[in-house]
Ligand binder design. Sequence first.
Ligand code: ZN
Length: 282
Amino acid sequence: MPELPEVETIAKKLKSVVVGRKIEEIQIFNPKTFQGDAQLLLSQEIVDVSRRAKIIEMVFANDYVLLTHLKMTGQYLFQNDGDLIAGGHPTNDWQEQLPGKHTRVQINFEDKSKLFFNDMRKFGWLRLVAASSLETVYSALGPDIISPEVTTDYLLSQFKRRKMPIKQAIMLNEIVCGVGNIYACDSLNLAKISPFRPAQSLSREEVDILLSSMKVIINKAIEYGGTTFDGKYVDIEGKAGSYQTKVLTYGREGKNCYNCGGTIQKTKLGGRGTYFCPDCQI
Ligand SMILES: [Zn+2]
């Protein structure tokens, strides 16, 4: 599933191609994929594309916002004069005719360019909401890890009543969004903190180090266009992310820890593969 750095990469690329275009027609091939009244977007211009948590936001001139969650296999494909740009989970569709058998929504722009939302597994969704109701949509979500709202004080206040392992706490969306499994493992290794420590046991100094480590790791992943394991994700130009070549711990079981030369171990925590160094992560 694409995580924050992958969704950030797709949102940025989408922004570079769809801003300024006006919608002529929306074809919905799978009604469950699109929630809201698509008619509200006709003749409307996309003025911005942004991301919050793992949701892509397309902002329209009439103050409506089209939200997209790619879930497991959603992808955007943009077509202009026969040139195809893809983003999300790759299928063979983009070698072939569009719309394809996995196309759930097709947006035709007035200038004849097209945007396709393909989703093999059909868990992804598009939801049209008024800009004024966005906060309600996000009310159950904590701030984004790269937002200035996430401070040491904020995290301390969230951790103090939680006994759960720190790795699970930083992956909990109601505390902070954007720290997926790979990035949680690597951030804890960089901070030299054990993933098993109860969240409330971390000192202020440790939370401070963990926060800067999470920001370093997420920003590095964004810089490298996200992570592609097993060809499961490509950005909107069909390029794979390359953070997997920069990982500190994830997938490096039995290899040497970059901090101390110890051996990276793998275990399960909360059902997720967890990689850590027992020598330096205390
Ligand atoms: Zn180590």
